[in-house]
Design a protein. Structure first.
Length: 333
């Protein structure tokens, strides 16, 4: 798994305005999907204030990065369509949202336009807890130390609200450590089998597209040999002196329940082994399940498969005491 530090999460320069006619207005705005929020600017270039504010409207479209839709009605080219709104001044702005439409009467600055439109986003971000580690739903998690959830992330939760995914924010330092996030802010995508660090552009449309691909199984994930359950003969080479925690089942045939447990806890990024051949220490063969921490040369032993999952969670959360190999070897002697 590759962890990549991200710049401050913000809206990015990507977006455009859509010139609207009577037919395109009906097709795109009136018949819009329920989660789309549109702002339509009615103006003509012969109007002095319109000339001044139209570039700011285009800038707002770029700043929004695809989170909102921007339309323009030229009141001279489309007089019948413009007249249906009964506007009194130019330019005029109308926002179309889930509950109908509202008039924007602000100063026309890009940040002010976006701030007004953000009121119509439904914030469905969830606070991440330990249960997310074993959730089977596709998840997008923003790891951050900021108190306020960024607008981009609120927008993402708005779009995915009624889909079978979870959009979360993790601000708790202990949980960030539990998820093994080394640098923040960081965006991660998780499902029952994979965890992926998002490394694309920090803009709404791109993050939305990549997460949709990930959630629907279209995201190409490179397979790694270390993702498989290895035979015990690889334990010495892969574990001793390494950095990753290792999980061993001393059974010479791969157990289906053990394999399922590996899938469930794939987020934890352990190395998994089975068998008794060529194990470095004889005492391992007498245990059903073993968790080995090479950083401190310590062990945890588990007698039943049903107890292995909870123990893996405790190890991941750094809430266990390890039995040192020195003590085990001393006892064996």
């Amino acid at each position: 798994m590759i962890f990549i530090a991200l710049p401050l999460l913000s809206l990015s320069a990507s977006g455009r305005e859509m010139p609207l006619t009577k037919s395109s207005f009906k097709r795109l705005v009136e018949n819009r999907p329920k989660d789309e929020v549109w702002i339509v600017m009615l103006h003509t270039d012969s109007n002095f204030l319109s000339k001044k504010l139209h570039p700011k409207f285009i800038e707002a479209s770029s700043l929004a990065g695809g989170m909102f839709r921007f339309g323009v009605i030229d009141t001279k080219a489309q007089p019948l369509l413009a007249r249906s709104f009964n506007i009194k001044t130019q330019p005029s702005y109308i926002v179309f949202h889930q509950n109908g439409q509202s008039e924007y009467t602000g100063n026309g600055e890009p940040e002010d336009i976006i701030g007004f439109m953000s009121k119509y986003l439904e914030d469905d971000t969830k606070s991440v807890d330990e249960k997310w580690l074993s959730s089977k739903k596709a998840q997008a998690i923003l790891f951050t130390e900021k108190k306020e959830t960024p607008l981009l992330w609120v927008g993402l939760s708005h779009v995915f609200k009624k889909k079978n995914v979870k959009i979360g924010v993790c601000k708790d330092p202990s949980l960030i450590k539990m998820f093994k996030i080394e640098k923040i802010p960081q965006i991660m995508f998780y499902n029952s089998t994979h965890s992926v660090s998002y490394s694309g552009k920090i803009e709404f449309a791109e993050i939305k597209r990549v997460f949709e691909d990930f959630a629907e199984g279209r995201y190409k994930i490179e397979s790694k040999n270390t993702s498989a359950i290895m035979k015990s003969s690889m334990f010495t080479e892969e574990c001793i002196g390494g950095l990753k925690t290792c999980v061993l089942h001393t059974k010479n045939e791969l157990d289906e329940g053990f394999a399922e447990l590996k899938k469930k806890y794939s987020i934890m990024d352990y190395k998994w082994f089975y068998g008794t051949d060529n194990l470095p220490w004889e005492f391992l063969k007498n245990q059903q399940y073993c968790i080995y921490n090479p950083k401190i040369d310590g062990f945890r032993f588990i007698d039943k498969l049903t107890n292995l999952g909870p123990e893996l969670e405790r190890v991941f959360g750094a809430t266990v005491e390890w039995i040192r190999r020195y003590d085990l070897m001393k006892d064996e002697i």
